[in-house]
Design a protein around this ligand. Sequence first.
Ligand code: TMO
Length: 314
Amino acid sequence: MKKIISLISAIVISFVSFTGIALSADSKKPTRIPVHNWSSQIVMAHVIGGILESMGGNVEYVPADSNAVYESIRIGDVDISHEVWQSAFGKSFDTARDAGGLLDWGDHEARTLEDMGFPNWVMDKGLCPGLPNWEALKSADCAKNFVTPDSGGKGRMLEGPQSWHGDLIPQRIDALGLGDLWVVKFAGSADALWAEVAAAEKEGRGTIIFNWTPNFTDGAGFTFIDFPPYTDGCRPADGGDGKCGSPDGYLKKAVNENWVKSHPDAAAMFKKLSFTTGQIGAMASLVDLDKMTHEDAAKAWLKKNKKVWKAFTK
Ligand code: TMO
């Protein structure tokens, strides 16, 4: 009897330790994924959360400022970032990486552009001849078609929330000598940008807003303004005169270095994870065009794209 019990316990012990190693080496501590204030980022947070849960991991969603988050990852308050947009966040990312604790975890296949632009009907209606060349904005006849009650008689441009780029766009408008004709206002949310486009179309006035790609507007007739090309160091924050547009940018991933050690399987998956312009645009469209919640959009995306994300887990 004693023999049988010890044999059974030996089998149980080896089975548990065997499966323990085979199933996952990752800590059960939740991976803390930041949630910011634009649709693709929030949907992708839940897409990644769903993938991690399918691997047996736990997840926590943490609302976070989209520039301060890199310092939070560096010191270990947040574990990963899945949408590091070069134009808006490259500098905050570089600062945290250089200080140690935050690792560059590779780029998505998608390239990015984040800049001011307009719905194509602005051009079709002849509201600012010469667009998308920025020099069209030097015309008072153009600017007058973009006046709003709060713009002091100047043409109004609507920038996104100030947490994304600070004074980058107002500085640029002044640096390019457009400050007498144009004023930059900040939207409180991404939704306020889309509402502005709808309002302007209804009122028959021109509109210039901040937008980006990949986004749900990729297929919907939106044109970015051609500003003087971006060069390294051209921005005031980097010592330049600010007379430049935004870069043809990366879309990067970042991680806390201790999370890589505590969650090696999740870290290997996240290193492989890479989305295309079309895939990221679709994540945003499910929310901004189809009006799904971010959570439901992520579930729908995961269901429809199993082959895509399962490849990251192998
Ligand atoms: C960072 N963003 C996508 C809003 O430009």
